[in-house]
Design a protein around this ligand. Sequence first.
Ligand code: ZN
Length: 150
Amino acid sequence: MSSELDDLYQEVILEHGRRPRNYRKLEDANRHAEGMNPLCGDHFNLYMKLDGDRIEDIAFEGSGCAISKASASLMTSAVKGKTVAEAEELFGRFHTLVTEGPEKVRLSELGKLAALSGVCEFPTRVKCASLVWHTMKNALEHQREVVTTE
Ligand code: ZN
């Protein structure tokens, strides 16, 4: 990977870590899941508003390292407005990217998520980067974790 690309990726991560997108509690969420990575201390709550099979809105709150926060920011931006199937497909691609490396995926299909490709060289960082994706999948799959809004 060229160092220019490396710098660009670094910048995206820092920027999203500093000013995370979709960082709030979603008051009208109908899905919620909590994600924890005790190894690093990352801890997030993920809120989702699912309309049929479309992710109408998604947001998160919590604390963690720059990688986990940037990943949450990038993930929520990437799946907002997508169908559940599209989000799961993207998770598959992202998972391949961070566990097997950027040469195993088409980076153009990952958009800004490609910024996290460097973590594949650091197994502990892979957990930080994937935490919020696993949390998203939990929120989609476990209907009993539906948040009731009184
Ligand atoms: Zn972390």
